[in-house]
Design a protein around this ligand. Structure first.
Ligand SMILES: *[C@@H]1O[C@H](CO)[C@@H](O)[C@H](O)[C@H]1NC(C)=O
Length: 820
């Protein structure tokens, strides 16, 4: 065999090309021509990674893939990246190592890459809603990185020897690895990726030149218009000149609005031992989920795709997503979170695929047959580790070191093996836990404890506790209120006067000795009739907190933030109202209720017809949402789930934490993946929101979203699920005195009246919940024990379905129903 790589310069290329003709039993498919025929004469062998990318085993050090924002701080590293990606994009679209070809592995065009076949011709090679989701994407990313790396090595050598540029480039190339975009730490898209169409680079000839920024978009480069139509058949991609995203200001505002929710989800996935099971954690289609633990890394990943792509951008559709260069920065972060989870779960046998597993590839891929049995040794085509049909398996890629890289949070060298897991947990806390409820409440708890040792601060704590209590008083002082949202004005008056009382009471509260609690009790006694509330106050968030049923209407009405304005869209339809279309049309057939059958089918057809017509008629969401778009800073400032500073929470410590525990709330959402013939999103709000679905992503009362990321026209049929953590928003509501405390007795009635969900397609069209097949939304609570040291994680107690919140609502989980 002649290794083509030696011709290209072995040292400079991350692959070796072998001129062996792979077996091609079915002939060429997809393209009517020789393009793939040419490609099929090579083999891209990923295991032969010369010159820098080497598999490392054991405790050896490897170069790091860095956070994009850190990565670009080094100009040389950044320059090499831009030049290399630019060249990869300019490489002929028929070369298997070009950006187009590697992106094309994922979805469109549905043709053989590097001659690899063997499955279904109606999809790409990617594995979604499948146990291989994470392990398949690891060599996929390594292939992409390998191609970039090869260019980086070559470019570094092109700078004039002996110059400073050359010295720097050669040094940077040595440990060059591609970066990731950590949307869970900071959801907005870095300026260089999102808002910089042209960029100045230092060319190897030493000259600065301004080029099309390869991170901003990929410019399609088809031989002719017909080829593009054949390979990318759906509008608008069949005629697109370059990849696009939702326009950047809108997009960043939308991402910022769900940023802390993404962080909370990622933290829970990494920290909660309820997710310490590979099938549950990894993907949205393998159902080992249990009540209350219905999230997966794939589901979180779907939100980024749906949000970045919208209806018209590549990222929003499985088949097209990888053509956007942001795909690889996003997926590298997914791979990193996966690696962090592996580190935390290093000693857990369920934390990866096993040789004796017996999963099924329900849908197959371009190279995996439908119904194939899957275990850790199942090949991951088209990624060859050696010549011939010799592919990487999940077993081969268990460690990122198989491809010679690690992440800043997964370095297992320079520390004793015995300390590694604790260190990895600490990284999870540092990265995502600090800002999430467990971290914030741990800080509040320790600040409160240390404050109770000094008398001056004790005074502060005491007086603020009084404030809390007086609010409770306000709420509870209106047991006469019966209707939803009644006279709020008197309530406000009461609040004000209660506060006035509190303020004047402050100077007298000093003498209490054992922190604030006795003071709270006594002040409550002076202000109100509600002794039940005040006795509950010392330990409010615990499940033991009991409040009489009469508090509910009061809680509700005091919660209505703007009572004078009409409630827009947030009004709940009458409970229990059912229509024919509550049930999928085809099920009515079996019931014999023919009028329902015809009615439901008509509705189904209309709905899908409309969607089809409108799919690409709509302009960019930015134009429509123009009035609502705010700056990222405003969105973050006003977001309902922005947890206040720890110092502002200390006053509410006793309403938030009970002992070393707090109560967590999550919305768990499931729906038929194919319900709306395309990517769609379920938005979860607490409080009012506008009826116009275009405003939902930017609503200040949006807590988070669950997205189902599919192909155009829909995806596979299965029930997909995801989770929207609610606790950050509720902490904010407690701090703003809208909810008395984090206990169930206060939170459940509040959520029953104020939590809402809505569904919209990728193009921002609303679909009534009752028309979304198999939609179920359930709220689950659990008591979480705070960690006591950095190297440990919180402990989640049993989850409890809070049926009262969702019972009888379209798509709501009903008493006794299971969400899994
Ligand atoms: C988040 O990222 C954006 C874009 O890179 C940057 O402008 C902003 O300063 C970052 N915000 C924080 C809080 O780090």
């Amino acid at each position: 065999m002649v290794r083509i790589s030696t011709l290209i310069t072995a040292a400079a290329v991350g692959f070796s090309y072998v001129d062996a003709l792979p077996t091609n039993p079915f002939g060429l498919s997809g393209l009517g021509g020789g393009v793939r025929g040419e490609i099929a004469k090579r083999e891209v062998v990923l295991s032969t990674l010369p010159d820098g990318i080497k598999a490392v085993t054991g405790n050896g050090a490897v170069p790091l893939r860095l956070d994009f924002n850190d990565f670009i701080k080094d100009d040389t590293r950044k320059n090499l990246y831009l030049l290399a990606l630019s060249r990869m994009m300019q490489t002929s679209q028929s070369d298997p190592t070009s950006h187009y070809q590697i992106a094309g592995i994922h979805g469109r065009p549905y043709v053989a890459w590097d001659g690899v076949r063997g499955g279904n011709n109606d999809g790409g090679y990617c594995t979604h809603a499948d146990i291989l989701f994470l392990s398949w994407h690891r060599p996929y990313l390594a292939l992409y990185e390998g191609s970039l790396h090869a260019h980086v090595q070559k470019i570094a050598k092109e700078f004039k020897a002996g110059t400073e540029d050359s010295t720097k480039a050669l040094a940077a190339a040595q440990d060059w690895r591609m970066p990731y975009w950590d949307w869970a730490t900071n959801a907005t898209i870095p300026e260089l990726i999102g808002n910089t169409p042209r960029v100045t680079v230092r060319m190897p000839n030493g000259q600065d030149e301004t080029i099309d920024n390869p991170l901003y978009s990929y410019k399609y480069n088809f031989a002719n218009a017909q080829t593009q139509k054949n390979e990318l058949p759906s509008q608008p991609f069949s005629t697109a000149k370059q990849t696009t995203r939702v326009s950047i200001d809108t997009l960043n505002a939308q991402l910022a609005n769900i940023g802390s929710n993404l962080r909370d989800r990622v933290y829970n996935l990494l920290a909660d031992t309820g997710y310490a099971n590979f099938a549950r954690f990894s993907n949205k289609g393998t159902t080992t989920a249990v009540n209350g633990k219905l999230d997966s890394l794939e589901s979180v990943h779907d939100v980024i795709h749906a949000t970045v792509g919208g209806g018209n951008g590549e990222m929003g559709w499985v088949d097209y997503a990888a053509h956007d260069p942001l795909f690889f920065l996003h997926h590298t972060n997914i791979d990193r979170i996966f690696a962090m989870w592996q580190a935390v779960n290093r000693d857990n046998a369920d934390a990866y695929l096993k040789p004796n597993d017996d999963f099924t590839s329900t849908y197959g891929t371009y190279a995996i047959q439908r119904g194939s049995k899957i275990n850790s040794n199942t090949p991951l085509p088209p990624f060859r580790k050696a010549s011939g049909a010799n592919y990487y398996s999940s077993e081969d890629v268990k460690s990122t070191k198989s491809f010679g890289y690690a992440y800043p949070e997964t370095m297992d060298w320079e520390r004793d093996a015995g300390d590694f897991v604790a260190w990895a947990k600490e990284q999870v806390n540092i990265k995502y836990g600090k800002g999430a409820p467990p971290g914030v409440l741990t800080s509040v708890s320790s600040a409160t404890n240390s404050m109770s040792s000094t008398s001056s601060s004790r005074t502060t704590t005491t007086s603020s506790r009084v404030t809390t209590t007086s609010r409770t008083t306000t709420t509870s002082s209106r047991p006469t209120t019966t209707s939803i949202r009644p006279s709020t004005t008197p309530a406000r008056t009461t609040t004000t006067s209660a506060r006035a009382t509190t303020t004047s009471a402050r100077p007298t509260t000093t003498p209490s000795t054992t922190s604030a609690r006795p003071a709270t009790t006594s002040s409550t006694t002076t202000t109100t009739s509600r002794t039940t509330s005040s006795t509950a106050a010392p330990a409010p968030p615990a499940p033991t907190t009991t409040r009489p049923a009469t508090t509910r209407p009061a809680t509700t009405s005091s919660a209505a933030p703007v009572p004078s304005s009409p409630v827009q869209g947030g009004t709940r339809p009458p409970r229990g109202q059912r229509t024919c279309s509550n049930t999928p049309w085809y099920l009515w057939f079996w019931s014999g209720l023919w009028d329902c059958f015809f009615e439901a089918r008509r509705q189904h057809q209309n709905q899908h017809q409309n969607q089809h017509q409108k799919r690409f008629d709509l302009g960019d969401i930015a134009d429509i949402a123009g009035d609502v778009v705010n700056t990222v800073a405003t969105v973050v400032e006003n977001a309902i789930d922005r947890i206040p500073d720890v110092k502002d929470l200390i006053d509410h410590a006793s309403s938030l934490i009970s002992g070393d525990q707090y109560t967590e709330y999550v919305a768990q959402i499931k729906a038929e993946n194919n319900a709306l013939d395309g990517t769609f999103t379920v938005y979860v709000f607490i409080g009012d929101y506008d009826k116009d679905p275009k405003t939902w992503p930017l609503s200040k009362n949006l807590v988070g979203q669950h997205s189902a990321f599919t192909n155009i026209g829909g995806g596979h049929h299965f029930t997909g699920a995801g989770t929207v953590p609610l606790t950050s928003a509720i902490i904010n509501l407690v701090a703003n005195e809208k909810v008395a405390n984090l206990g169930r007795a206060a939170v459940v009635p509040y959520l029953r009246d104020n939590l809402h969900w809505e569904v919209a397609t990728a193009n921002g069209e609303a679909v009534p919940s009752k028309d979304v097949e198999n939609l179920k939304v359930g709220i689950f609570s659990s008591d979480v024990k705070l960690p006591c040291v950095d190297g440990s994680l919180p402990l989640w107690g049993n989850t409890k379905p809070e049926y009262e919140i969702t019972q009888g609502r379209p798509g709501g989980l009903c008493q006794g129903e299971n969400i899994v």
